[in-house]
Design a protein around this ligand. Structure first.
Ligand SMILES: Cc1cc2nc3c(=O)[nH]c(=O)nc-3n(C[C@H](O)[C@H](O)[C@H](O)COP(=O)(O)O)c2cc1C
Length: 206
């Protein structure tokens, strides 16, 4: 039997290079939920991300339906606490809250990624954080391959102890990694060019 090595394999009509280069961060979503089975399939495949000592450190809270508004409110509370919306007077703040609520309820799923702390911000935590970032990128690419858009977000809110408690976790025991918005894209933004990689490389031979 002849074994054929297929390089640049096409899966469901999109190859890896196209997924990596074509994926866009999506801000504007269709209201349709993603079927639970499909989301589970993508998450299962994403879990084949590299992770040291097979700790599989990723933990997820998935906010859907009515929980989105409350989750968004907690996020905005944190922005206010951290001074990210400090220039707004009361009237403008109310409008901003309404706009955030429209955004949070316009996205079908918000996934909060977090992990258990192992050595309180030490190297082991860095390893686990890195593994979750690998999971998230797998997830983004696998989702894109199914026509699903995502937006990876990370702000100081992830370190806001009140926010961590607001989502039912403990600042001593848990570290938040990211919030990823998920849904079918309504609008796909134009691609962004990248700086030639050579500018970031130093070749060292002696
Ligand atoms: C750790 C991290 C945090 C990010 N936080 C945000 C964010 O808070 N808001 C946002 O709009 N995009 C955020 N992004 C997405 C980037 O803005 C986006 O990937 C970048 O502009 C390139 O666009 P592209 O993903 O469409 O290629 C984040 C991405 C990463 C990896």
């Amino acid at each position: 039997m002849i074994k054929i090595l297929i390089i640049n394999k096409v899966v469901n009509g999109i190859n890896l290079i196209d997924a990596i280069r074509g994926r866009r961060t999506i801000l504007d979503y269709k209201p349709d939920k993603i079927k639970r089975e499909l989301l589970m399939e993508i998450l299962t495949n994403a879990s084949f991300a590299p992770n040291h000592h097979m700790k599989e450190p990723w933990k997820l809270k998935i906010y859907e339906e009515d929980s989105r508004s409350k989750f968004g409110e907690k996020v905005v509370d944190s922005y206010i606490r951290l001074g990210l919306l400090k220039t707004l007077n009361e009237g403008k703040l109310k409008k901003a809250r309404e706009a955030y609520d429209r955004f949070f309820t316009s996205v079908p799923h918000h996934i909060l990624f977090y992990m258990d702390k192992e050595d309180n911000g030490g190297y082991l935590d860095d390893e686990n954080f890195a593994a979750i970032c690998a999971f998230i990128q797998n997830f983004q690419l696998l989702a894109w391959e199914k026509g699903i858009g995502t937006m990876w977000t990370a702000k100081e809110t992830l370190r806001d102890e009140v926010f961590i408690r607001d989502v039912g976790l403990s600042p001593n025991e848990h570290r938040l990694v990211a919030v990823v918005q998920v849904g079918y894209p309504n609008k796909v933004p134009k691609g962004k060019e990248r700086t030639p990689i050579q500018e970031s490389i130093e070749w060292i031979q002696a």
